[in-house]
Design a protein around this ligand. Structure first.
Ligand code: ZN
Length: 424
């Protein structure tokens, strides 16, 4: 019944897969999506209408500039780039013109910094749709998410007369590092939404399995912490220096020693420490790339406060300056039971869905939670689900990541089932 849409998803996914773009640089991808949707006569919002510039987290201006150049080289026209205002992502609006709920669906569009496998056993390599860009790869399935969102817009446009209310489909930039959602939320584009639905294709579950109400999404905050000291000759007058490297090392051990929280899970990781200039110079610069997580927003907030205290205290004790930059954020999420019940009903009637699993531990973080919370805080309901897609390949964020594409058609049918119910 819906097979032409299924085929379209796969074709568009391969097209997107060939030209992956990392967070905040998805200029070609945004143009690809916008041109397709406008070609169907669908309204598409871009730039500051859907992205709050002040709330962009972890956006690197050099990468943005290079992304714009890469998009131009790939033939993206100046007028579209102008409309984007150096901000990636877009929102499709499909209005039936009749009263009814406003429903939001969200699909992420960015890639991961991974060099894609050339192994002939790796399907994209074998079939000729491997990444053209070394070091960048759709290794988390966001190409599939974007393609699914596009096909859903196509279907809805063609069935608008059978629906009521309004549909907003968010193509969100910079999910990796949980950087993009805060800016979409702050733009206010979802503030009139009654329902919010999103999903991830995942190797967490097998093909045919759907996790309809995962639990334990961890709230998280990503930080870059920099210490700035004062240089001095390490032999003649070390006392004149202020040692940023020493401060950073002390900060690391103290951060790892933050006390557990009695009310729930906590995490802290310092993934990188870059420091120092030379053997005989008192180190002036040190940078920590780190994150904290908590089972709830409050527990994560506790981790954030402890981090700030430690950084401040260490800086004072070593006489160095410090800067704490927030690079990403996600919150916890509790799916709304009535929406999960509706999803379960749809899943029970979707061909290709064999098993529905509840209350499975998600254990990671995902910035869709920020959008979900925003909709919930305005009285709406939200639901995040996971579509399984086994394939004996590498895991998420690895060079041989891939999944069973039959899950894409199934996922599309699930969304259409939900749209039909919500916009009946
Ligand atoms: Zn992902």
């Amino acid at each position: 019944m819906t097979c032409c849409y299924h085929k379209e998803i796969v074709d568009m996914r391969h097209e997107l897969h060939r030209f992956p773009e990392e967070g905040w640089t998805e200029f070609w991808t945004t143009a690809y999506i916008a041109k397709y949707l406008r070609g169907l006569g669908i309204e598409v919002l871009m730039g500051e209408k859907v992205i709050s510039r002040e709330n962009c987290l972890g956006r690197n201006p050099q990468l943005v500039a290079a992304g714009i150049e890469a998009a131009k080289a790939k033939g993206v026209c100046e007028c579209l780039l102008e409309e984007m205002q150096e901000l990636t992502g877009c929102v499709a609006v499909l209005d039936t013109g009749r009263p009814g709920p406003t429903v939001a669906l969200r699909f992420d569009i960015d890639c991961v910094n991974v060099l894609e496998s050339t192994d002939p056993a790796h399907l994209p390599a074998k079939e000729g749709w491997r990444s053209e860009r070394d070091g960048l790869m759709h290794a988390c399935g966001h190409d599939a998410h974007a393609a699914t969102g596009m096909a859903i817009c196509h279907w809805v446009k063609e069935h608008l007369d059978q629906l009521n209310g309004k549909l907003k489909v968010v193509f969100q930039p910079a999910e990796e590092g949980v950087r993009g959602a805060s800016a979409v939320a702050a733009s206010g584009v979802l503030d009139d939404c009654d329902y919010f639905l999103t999903s991830h294709v995942s190797l967490m579950a097998k093909s045919g399995e759907v996790l309809s109400s995962p639990i334990n999404f961890l709230s998280t905050t990503k930080y870059d912490v920099t210490f700035t000291g004062r240089p001095a000759h390490a032999g003649i007058e070390p006392n004149a220096g202020r040692n940023a490297l020493a401060a950073a090392c002390h900060a690391v051990t103290q951060l790892l020693g933050i006390s557990r929280h009695g009310s729930g899970m906590t995490r802290v990781n310092i993934g990188r420490l870059i420091a120092g200039e030379g053997r005989n110079v008192i180190p002036v610069n040190a940078k920590l790339v780190m994150e904290v997580r908590g089972e709830t927003g409050d527990i994560n907030q506790y981790m954030c406060e402890e981090t700030e205290n430690i950084v401040q205290g260490v800086a004072k004790s070593f006489g160095v300056d410090y800067k704490i930059e927030k690079m990403g954020a996600a919150v916890d999420l509790v799916n709304d039971a009535p929406l999960v019940a509706m999803l379960d009903e749809v899943l029970a009637n979707t061909e290709g869905v064999t098993t529905v699993l509840h209350d499975i531990n998600y254990g990671g973080s995902e910035d869709a939670t920020i959008l979900a919370k925003r909709v919930q805080s305005h009285g709406g309901q939200a639901c995040y689900f996971v579509m399984g897609g086994t394939r004996p390949a590498g895991g998420h964020h690895t060079a041989s990541f891939d999944f069973d594409e039959s899950t894409l058609g199934t996922g599309f049918d699930v969304y259409i089932g939900m749209v039909k119910k919500l916009m009946a």
